[in-house]
Design a protein around this ligand. Structure first.
Ligand code: PFF
Length: 452
């Protein structure tokens, strides 16, 4: 892989490929339930501030590291400084943890697609439909297997390019559809309170938990702190602007998340009759709320089916990029062939995915530090390992190779780095301090040492 890097043809190719990895369940499933749970407008505000400051700095740094070293994460850090070789390995653990539970949620999307295609819109809109589904044993496993199987097939046969072509065409349709559904949702009776809740920051809702959740979400959604953007950067041409590509990817990613929130949160208000406890549902929020929206609209079963199909495609492009990352590490590092590498990744994912699925069903009594398995995997990757990777990346860039090395890469070919000052201040001071505080509070909070 290191010898012949094929490279993206131009800026558009790069931005679309990176956005294909970035836009997925994180935007449509994860963002709305976090925003609903952690203070609506306050969460949105914190998220946007983090995205334009340290999300921006970190993404620039990762892409530049990739393009400078022409290597993927594992080897890139050791090329920068031998002492930091371990960081590439730590970053690579993240996709291994995420892929299995990502596939479980992908399975839920597949189930809803099947339900809408078979005309079960009214049933899917019932209150107990989702709960009955995830607490059963066979069905969630079946759909998880379908989703993971599809992902594995694509990676096994190396036909990502085909999928990406389809998704590039589908992505704009997803945007248009989301905006349309968001407008519809916002106009439902009683939904206006939800729009206000989602858009207007209520400063009394600010807490360290809001920041912890927003930061984890930022890493997850933009595929940061797990080596992915380093790999993408390594394929980027030298004459493409890293700075403006980063801005476009984050704008696109945040835009989709924003509209997903607008599709779901006002609808929660409308269907719960203003009962705010419905906001705290967590991972099930989208699956419980959207069918009600579709059920209430004319032609809702068709719109619902198209919507879940598009979400499935967006989820697949992301899961494919997750699996491809792990497989290529296996191939490069353990010198094994593609098929055994895929099978090994598949075996690990099946095992961890089964645990996550059953954790909502027959094992729902089993908890790790008070969390179900799926939530635990989500927590350990987003709130622990990713912040650690991000923190050490800031230290490497800020104090070991120095920001100048990144700035030079960004300015290759006479491109001006407009936000240079912001970048340096973020990477050297603000980001590491914030991450440290956040990391400490989320870990101490999880173990009940402090209450956050
Ligand atoms: N960024 C993706 C999302 O928001 O759904 C998740 C993800 C995909 C993370 C691919 C990492 C990755 F390699």
């Amino acid at each position: 892989m290191e010898q012949k890097r094929s490279g993206f043809t131009g800026k558009l190719g790069f931005v679309l490929a990176a956005a294909g990895s970035a836009v997925g369940l994180g935007n449509i499933w994860r963002f709305p339930y976090l925003a609903a749970k952690y203070g609506g407008g306050m969460f949105l505000l914190v998220y946007i501030i983090l995205a334009v400051t340290f999300g921006f700095a970190l993404m620039v740094a990762e892409i530049a590291i990739g393009r400078k070293t022409q290597l993927s994460a594992i080897s890139a850090f050791s090329k920068l400084n031998k002492k930091f070789s371990f960081l590439g390995y730590v970053a690579s653990i993240v996709p291994v943890i995420i892929l299995p539970y990502y596939s479980v949620i992908g399975g839920w999307v597949t189930k809803y697609l099947a339900a809408f295609c078979s005309g079960q819109t009214a049933q899917a809109a019932q209150d107990d439909y989702f709960g009955n589904f995830i607490s059963s044993t066979g069905e969630p496993i079946l759909y998880f297997a379908i989703f993971l199987g599809l992902t594995a097939l694509v990676v096994l046969f190396g036909v990502e390019k085909g999928i990406e072509k389809v998704s590039k065409f589908m992505m704009p349709v997803l945007v248009v559809l989301s905006v349309g559904i968001a407008i519809y949702s916002a106009c439902l009776p009683g939904a206006l309170d939800g729009v206000v809740y989602y858009i207007k920051p209520d400063f009394s809702k600010f807490s360290i938990t809001t920041v912890v959740a927003a930061m984890g979400q930022l890493f997850y959604s933009m595929s940061l702190a797990m080596g992915i953007m380093i790999t993408y950067g390594s394929y980027m041409k030298k004459d493409v602007s890293i700075e403006s590509s980063t801005r476009q990817i984050s704008l696109f990613d945040t835009g989709i998340a924003f509209f997903a929130g607008l599709m779901i949160i006002p609808a929660v208000f409308s269907f719960s009759g203003g009962d705010e406890s419905a906001l705290g549902q967590g991972p099930g929020l989208m699956f419980v709320t959207l069918p009600k929206v579709f059920n209430s609209m004319a032609g809702g079963n068709i719109i619902g089916a198209v919507f879940f199909l598009l979400v499935l495609l967006a989820a697949l492009t992301s899961s494919i990029s997750l699996m491809e990352t792990i497989v290529s590490i296996f191939i490069d590092k353990f010198k094994i062939k593609r098929i055994p590498a895929c099978l090994a990744v598949l075996a690990v994912s099946v095992a961890l995915g089964l645990v996550s699925t059953l954790g909502y069903g027959i094992w729902s009594e089993v908890k790790i530090i008070g969390m179900q398995f799926l939530d635990f995997f989500d927590f350990i990757s987003n709130s622990v390992i990713m912040p650690i990777v991000a923190l050490i990346t800031c230290i490497v860039v800020g104090y070991v190779i120095k920001p100048k090395a990144i700035i030079e890469e960004v300015e290759t070919g006479n491109v001006k780095f407009k936000a240079k000052k912001l970048f340096v201040v973020m990477i050297k001071y603000i980001a590491p301090i914030c991450i440290l505080v956040i990391l400490a509070s989320s870990v101490l909070g999880a173990f009940g040492v402090i209450s956050i």
